[in-house]
Design a protein around this ligand. Structure first.
Ligand SMILES: [Zn+2]
Length: 185
């Protein structure tokens, strides 16, 4: 006889992310700076971060990127601005949407650790103790006798569990009966 491994009823929880098929991941910060100062005017530690520079009509414009905005950059920016230069820092980050092939399930749940009989050694083994072996497919190994595929069980499907639960709720629901009496008194 096939043993049904039932879903723990109190473990069934609605998945708040149900149906969601994507996650949004914030990407690293992209920090750039822009200044009217020429490349050579900048301190050496900052020069290494310059990716591009262009000369505008009235002044030269130097652009670069920064790995991090640390105090050194902020202090430097502050000091050159005080001297009448232009120095702006811009930080932005993109959000990347990753789509998954399998959408999040509607419910999260656990199975009861039901005992299943080994057809070889006749021992009752909790289903979670049954070992899995991979040999041309996955098969069960009895932890007591070591024999393979000696168990007969199947896992309850969540859809069936939900259906049964709803049916029970329906039975236990207080019925509103519209009683009509023929008043023949
Ligand atoms: Zn066994």
């Amino acid at each position: 006889m096939t043993t049904l491994i039932k879903i723990k009823r109190d473990s069934i929880k609605k998945n708040p992310n149900a149906g969601r098929d994507s996650v949004q991941i914030p990407m690293p910060w992209q920090v750039t700076f822009e200044t009217n100062m020429t490349k050579d005017e900048l301190p050496e530690w900052l020069q290494g971060n310059i990716t591009e520079w262009s000369i505008g009509t009235d002044h030269s414009l130097t652009k670069g990127w920064l790995g991090v905005v640390d105090d050194r950059v902020m202090e430097y920016a502050y000091s050159v601005i005080k001297d009448g230069n232009r120095f702006s820092i811009e930080a932005k980050r993109d959000i990347q949407t990753i789509r998954s092939i399998t959408p999040e399930p509607k419910y999260n749940y656990k199975y009861k650790n039901t005992k299943v009989k080994c057809n070889h050694c006749q021992q009752m083994i909790p289903v979670n103790d049954i070992k899995k072996d991979v040999y041309e497919g996955i098969f069960d190994v009895c932890p007591k006798c070591g024999d393979g595929d000696t168990f007969d069980y199947k896992y309850e499907q969540i859809e069936d569990a939900i259906r049964k639960e709803e049916a029970i709720k329906e039975i236990n629901k207080p019925h509103t009966i519209n009683q009509q009496y023929d008043d023949k008194t």
